[in-house]
Design a protein around this ligand. Structure first.
Ligand SMILES: C[S@@+](CC[C@H](N)C(=O)[O-])C[C@H]1O[C@@H](n2cnc3c(N)ncnc32)[C@H](O)[C@@H]1O
Length: 162
C-alpha cells in the first residue's frame, strides 16, 4: 500500500528481493504510478484506492476477485483510523491463510487504543479464572502477532491452542 512519489524504490526492492513475486500496489494518487526505470510490467498491478474510504477498499476487494496475497504491507497514510479500517477490510478478505499483514508507523495513540481488540481476537475463547477477555465481536482470524518498534506483523490462520 502506498508508493512513494515518482521513484517507486520500495517496489523496486520487493521485485529484486522476491524474484518470482507479483506485486499489487494501491495508492490514492495515480501520479505515483509513473516510474523512471525499467521493470517487468507483468509482475506489477496498480490500483487507485483511498485507504480511508470503505467503499474504495471494498471495490478494490471486488476487483481483486479470488486473488489472495501472501503479504500485505500498509505503508500508506500512516493514520490510525485508516490503518484500522484497511486491516479490518483487507485482512479477512484478501490475505491468504498463514499470510502476514504488516502495518508500519503504528505509534499513533489511536492505534494503541485499538491493540486490545486484536489481542482479544487472538486469545478469544481461552479460559481465564477471574478476568475474562471481552468478546471481540468480530473474529478476524488472527493466529499470531509480532510487534516491533513502530511495526506490527499480524498473521492470519488457525489459532494454536493448548
Ligand atoms: C510513506 S509513502 C510510502 C510509499 C512506499 N511504500 C515506499 O516505501 O516507496 C506513503 C504513500 O502512501 C500514499 N497515501 C497517502 N495517503 C493515502 C491514502 N489515504 N490511501 C492510499 N494511499 C495513500 C501516498 O501517496 C504515498 O505514496
Amino acid at each position: 500500500m502506498g508508493n512513494y512519489p515518482s521513484n517507486g524504490n520500495s517496489m523496486r526492492m520487493w521485485l529484486e528481493f522476491f524474484t518470482e513475486a507479483k506485486i499489487t500496489i494501491i495508492d490514492n494518487n495515480e501520479r505515483n504510478f509513473f516510474y523512471d526505470f525499467e521493470f517487468d510490467r507483468d509482475r506489477i498491478n496498480t490500483y487507485v484506492v483511498d485507504q480511508s474510504s470503505i467503499s474504495d477498499l471494498n471495490s478494490f476487494v471486488d476487483k481483486i476477485g479470488n486473488e489472495k496475497f501472501d503479504f500485505i504491507i500498509d505503508d500508506g497514510s500512516h493514520q490510525a483510523d485508516h490503518q484500522i479500517l484497511s486491516l479490518e477490510v483487507l485482512f479477512p478478505t484478501i490475505l491468504k491463510d498463514n499470510g502476514v499483514y504488516f502495518i508500519e508507523d503504528i505509534h499513533d495513540k489511536k492505534f494503541v487504543e485499538y491493540l486490545p481488540k486484536i489481542y482479544s481476537n487472538l486469545n478469544d475463547g481461552e479460559v481465564s479464572s477471574n478476568y475474562r477477555l471481552e468478546d471481540p465481536n468480530t473474529d478476524l482470524g488472527i493466529s499470531c502477532i509480532n510487534m516491533y518498534r513502530s511495526l506490527i506483523c499480524i498473521q492470519r490462520g488457525k489459532k494454536i491452542t493448548r
